[in-house]
Design a protein around this ligand. Structure first.
Ligand SMILES: [Zn+2]
Length: 256
């Protein structure tokens, strides 16, 4: 079956907080018009119903159910709400762990919440998770090993800043990596991205947290990231663009 052109994505933004922009609805329309396959992540399960409803008629926007590790200190009590919505969500995020100095105090609670989320996802099966792993890649991978077998859920490590050895470990588990423009500004992370397996690369904005010229980046800005990735890895923009789309297709196939 050939999809009509309007249904075929041109670009991929696999991690964007659409609901944190003042013009959420207009952004969904923009993603559809520009054919940017966008994963709208949420930070609390309370945000799920509104995000779900707004994206219901969208061709290119999908919504993920989240409980952000940086909010776990205040929001752990929303875990039952997360579990209540889990049955209707195919995509999960933003979830994960953050061991940065500002959030380290809640790390134990974060681990408790993350372990429960992974176990619930494994039980349901077929979920696609976008994970936060700031200063906690080894911990995140350990939780995955214990709680989410690769045939029970697909994983994308968003804004990965681990070591090359951790990247190899994640790749061996079947993880994907979604790359944003900010990652490509750091020489250390550029080098890491240059060495990732080509069939595991995706793009993201992580807008509105990532900005360009003082403004939050919008999903369409992933075009620039595709161009930079192409340059970094010595490929044409066209090939890199096709690669990202085909990686997204492979990820979605693997999850069904
Ligand atoms: Zn995010």
């Amino acid at each position: 079956m050939t999809l009509p052109q309007a249904a075929r994505p041109r670009l991929v933004d696999f991690h964007c907080h659409l609901d944190l922009y003042p013009d959420h609805v207009a952004l969904i329309r923009e993603c559809d018009r520009e054919r940017v396959a966008t994963l709208a992540v949420t930070t609390t399960p309370k945000a799920w119903p509104r995000n779900r409803d707004l994206a219901q008629a969208s061709t290119h926007v999908r919504v993920a159910l989240g409980l952000h590790p940086q909010l776990v200190a205040e929001r752990e009590a929303e875990l039952p709400l997360f579990e209540r919505y889990l049955g209707e969500a195919r995509y999960i995020g933003e979830v994960g762990l953050d061991a940065g100095p500002r959030f380290y105090r809640s790390f134990e609670a974060q681990e408790r919440v993350f372990a429960r989320i992974l176990a619930a996802c494994a039980e349901h099966g077929d979920k696609i998770l976008t994970l936060h792993s700031v200063r906690a890649v080894a911990k995140v991978l350990g939780h995955l090993d214990r709680a989410l077998p690769p045939d029970r859920g697909q994983v994308i490590l968003h804004w990965f800043t681990g070591t090359a050895a951790e990247a190899r470990r994640a790749s061996a588990r079947g993880c994907y990596f979604s790359i944003n423009s900010e990652m490509l500004r750091s020489p250390k992370h550029r080098q890491l991205v240059a060495g990732l397996p080509p069939d595991r690369l995706l793009t993201e904005t992580d807008g509105p947290f990532v900005t360009a010229e003082g403004l939050p980046v919008r999903p369409l800005a992933v075009a620039q990231t595709v161009a930079e990735l192409a340059k970094l890895r010595g490929e044409t923009e066209e090939i890199m663009g096709l690669r990202i789309i085909s990686n997204l297709r492979a990820l979605l196939r693997a999850a069904t």
